[in-house]
Design a protein around this ligand. Structure first.
Ligand code: DX5
Ligand code: ZN
Length: 224
């Protein structure tokens, strides 16, 4: 079974609380929280104080995606604000393994992400330290972009690295995913699907999530 992680970047921030409660009712397992610093990516979103407030509203799994340089500086803040998983970018710092170990030492899951043009084989060195790999299927920075097909091969490589290692590591894909194309990544091993505009832009959130899940699960069963 795949898990669905609606990205709140596509929510209406004036109704953030309501929107978040709606994602759980609609069947989403995770809440994907995109943190952007205007340096690693050309956009600024929100930081720990915002999701500290929403943490009080829900027990949902908070999947925090840090698109910030030198993320180790903020790990304590994000842990205190209630993160369940913290994802850092391979491209955002030089002390990735130290950062991942630090996140784990705080009792929080640790994950690493690669941008679409990064060779996914770099992920191999992280396997002993991570709970999840995040394959970006758009250039990070904005919701509502089109899926970049090279992410399919990156997902396949990540899945094979994990399978061959014998470790229990999830594979998440993020960017431009809807019920129409989710099969492209779940068929090669992705089991956590981020969806922003496809969930928050849909007339019926529960229906949108159910469709992504049905198409994603059907293809996941065909993976090697
Ligand atoms: C992009 C973010 C994504 C984005 C996904 O930098 O990491 O999580 O919000 O939104 P959609 O599904 O609309 O591409
Ligand atoms: Zn994201």
């Amino acid at each position: 079974m795949i898990k669905i992680a609606p990205s709140i970047l596509s929510a209406d921030f004036s109704r953030l609380g309501e929107h978040i409660l709606e994602t759980k009712k609609a069947g989403a397992e995770y809440l994907h929280i995109d943190v952007m610093d205007g340096i690693f990516v050309p956009n600024i979103s929100f930081g720990a104080p915002v999701y500290k407030c929403i943490r009080k509203m829900t027990d949902q799994f908070f999947d925090v995606h840090l698109m910030i340089v030198d993320p180790i500086r903020y790990v304590d803040d994000f842990v205190k604000a209630g993160a369940d998983n913290i994802t850092i970018h391979h491209e955002a710092c030089a002390d990735q393994i130290e950062t991942l170990k630090y996140i784990k030492s705080k009792g929080v899951k640790a994950s690493v992400s690669v941008k679409p043009k990064t060779d996914p084989h770099v992920l191999k060195e992280y396997l002993p330290y991570i709970d999840m790999i995040l394959i970006m299927s758009v250039e990070p920075g904005f919701g509502g972009q089109s899926f970049i097909p090279s992410a399919i091969e990156s997902t396949r490589v990540a899945y094979e690295l994990v399978r061959d290692s014998g470790r229990n590591i999830d594979i998440e894909v993020d960017g431009g995913i809807s019920a129409k194309n989710v099969d492209l990544v779940t068929s090669v091993g992705a089991n956590v699907i981020v969806a922003g505009s496809a969930v928050f832009g849909a007339p019926d959130m529960a229906e949108a999530i159910a469709q992504i899940r049905a198409a994603g699960d059907a293809a996941y069963k065909t993976k090697i």
